[in-house]
Design a protein around this ligand. Structure first.
Ligand code: FAD
Length: 537
């Protein structure tokens, strides 16, 4: 049994205290693949999710295209053609190995019996996964492999032995009790951070893994590339991009918004700052319309419910912020195993930076889901190897909790925290198009002043009961992620990919580099070589 006065519990609820070789935090595709890879390496694995492995996270409610390119000349060309679009930041070696592992593991999925959709030639089409049944399949596979899955067990903080990460602690939401799991290695698979925006699957994606990693001493990379936005029918939360390939956009008075040959998102974002914008899928021929309705039925629900024919009528549209979910930023990775630099700690999927894979542009539409598969496999295996080396000490080595903000007041607590106020401040600073989509030094500095004040507030407050502790940590993670994002955006004094500086509209050839953010109270940003993570000369 554990005694953790900082983590509140219901009276008499017995705390869960356990140990395992590898602990995976987060049960999206990256966490599920990491758990499978670790069990294949022959170790004991536990997986905790804030929600439910199978329905939580960004993949579960969506259809997911993968980046699925056969080895050979075609792959070499695909990598070469994408490279200039990444702002020169992607690393062909990482792209190649991601494609390799995804290729191999998607074939495994087919061999295991996952029912891929079929193409016109009647053969399984391995480049597409239906989110709900993919994640349902992965859940069954993970359980069958012997992984202990604890749903509704948000992790609040990591544990450390002074040198190595030694597990994590959190709250069992079903029994209102604390849990603590000591582990030989931890894989952070907590997904990205949508800054509190209402988008598909993002309810649990508040950047918790970034905060936990930073508290353990890890750094973040590519955080300035957190300005990914998606077209969404208004007022829904349905941020699915595919049908918009066939959309045209108009202003209130019906005048068209020119998007041909331009950055479509930027053209629509600018128009949205000036007034309402409408969309219509009028570029879709009848066969495409039928295909879209069949392949992406949920995209049409809000429009069908309002009695609108999306192909022949226009309807209000907006851009919703996806932050690092389809953005790029995340925990910095040091080597091919997805190690974070903190011994025993690995990061995968959207919790990790995808800068080496996609550079300055979004990894949505294929790269991200292949990355979740590949990084999960690399880290799961490496975490198992690491854990085996220290197995004899896992269960009884002394570990201490590493969480601070929102959990343990720095000095004398001055009162109860109001996490919803902090979350509101983050939404107000991170979602508006004229702050995050289009950036300027003046607006970035103004937002940072408010976000820094929010961070200060988090230091003096007590979380309250168990649910309040979860909310307090979410608020802390949201505020911390926003500060890393905007501090990195200030450091990148140019425009590149999704980082659009109105005051510095051109790319600077001297800035083909990575920016790494570290620290919590005092955020520091430094330049590094994107391919090696080493400090830039
Ligand atoms: C609408 C939409 C469509 C997309 N389509 C595509 C596509 O077609 N192709 C593509 O490549 N990518 C696509 N993406 C991106 C893709 O979904 C993500 O890259 C992918 O889901 C990342 O997987 P993940 O496992 O890292 O994170 P997620 O799938 O987001 O899972 C993270 C998990 O961590 C859990 N978690 C969070 N915090 C904690 C905590 N403190 N304790 C315990 N558990 C926690 C969450 O509950 C969640 O289950 C899309 C994203 C969206 C939003």
């Amino acid at each position: 049994m554990i005694d953790s006065p900082e983590i509140p519990r219901r009276r008499n609820a017995e705390a869960l205290d356990a140990w395992t070789d590898v602990l995976v935090i987060g049960g999206g595709p990256a966490g599920a693949w990491a758990a499978l890879a670790a069990t294949e390496a022959g170790v004991r694995v536990m997986l905790v999710d804030k929600g439910y492995l199978g329905t939580s996270g960004a993949t579960a409610p969506s259809n997911t295209g993968t980046w699925f390119v056969p080895p050979g000349e075609g792959r070499r060309l695909a990598i070469e053609q994408r490279q200039p679009r990444t702002g020169g930041l992607a690393d062909p070696h990482w792209v190649e190995r991601t494609l390799d592992t995804a290729w191999e593991k998607l074939h495994c999925l087919a061999d295991w019996g996952y029912s891929f959709p079929h193409g016109d030639d009647g053969r399984p089409y391995l480049a597409n996964l239906r989110g709900p049944d993919y994640m349902h399949f992965m859940r069954r596979r993970v359980l069958a492999a012997g992984v202990t899955v604890l749903d509704h067990h948000p992790a609040l903080e990591l544990l450390g032995d002074g040198d190595t990460v030694g597990g994590a602690a959190g709250i069992d939401r079903q029994h209102d009790r604390p849990w603590r799991i000591r582990a030989g290695a931890v894989v952070l698979a907590t997904g990205g951070c949508a800054f509190g925006e209402r988008i598909l699957g993002a309810a649990t994606l508040t950047g918790d893994g970034y905060l936990m990693a930073a508290e353990a001493g890890a750094a973040l990379a590519g955080m300035e590339f957190s300005a990914q936005y998606a077209f969404t029918p208004k007022p829904s939360a349905l941020n699915k991009g595919l049908p918009f390939r066939w959309a045209s956009f108009t202003r209130q008075d019906g005048t068209p918004i020119a998007t041909a040959g331009r950055d479509r998102h930027a053209a629509v974002a600018q128009a949205l700052l000036e007034g309402p914008v409408f969309a219509q899928y009028d570029k879709a021929e009848p066969d495409v319309r039928a295909w879209l309705r069949q392949g992406q039925p949920n995209c049409f629900l809000p429009l069908d419910r309002s009695g609108v024919d999306p192909f022949t009528e226009r309807w209000p549209v907006t851009l919703r912020c996806e932050g690092t979910v389809r953005g790029v930023g995340g925990i910095r990775l040091l080597d091919d195993t997805c190690a974070t630099g903190v011994p025993g700690l690995y990061a995968v999927g959207d919790a990790a930076t995808r800068e080496r894979l996609t550079g300055a542009i979004s990894g949505g539409g294929g790269p991200n889901s292949s990355w979740a598969i590949a990084s999960g496999n690399w880290a799961g295996r490496a975490a198992a190897i690491f854990a085996v080396r220290i197995r004899a000490r896992i269960a009884d080595r002394p570990v201490t909790p590493l969480g601070r903000a929102g959990l343990r007041p720095a000095g004398t607590a001055r009162g109860a925290l109001a996490p919803h106020e902090l979350a509101r401040a983050v939404r107000e600073e991170m979602l508006p198009l004229d702050r995050n989509f289009f950036r300027r030094e003046t607006t970035l500095r103004r937002s940072l002043e408010r976000l820094d004040a929010c961070w200060g507030e988090l230091q003096d407050q007590e979380p309250g009961d168990a649910l309040a502790a979860v909310k307090a940590r979410e608020a802390a993670a949201l505020v911390a992620t926003s500060r890393w994002a905007y501090r990195s955006a200030l450091a990148r004094t140019e425009s590149r990919g999704m980082h659009r500086r109105r005051d510095l509209p051109d790319a600077d050839p001297a800035l083909v580099c990575s920016f790494q953010a570290s620290g919590l109270d005092d955020v520091r940003v430094s330049r590094a070589d994107p391919r090696t993570s080493a400090p830039a000369p």
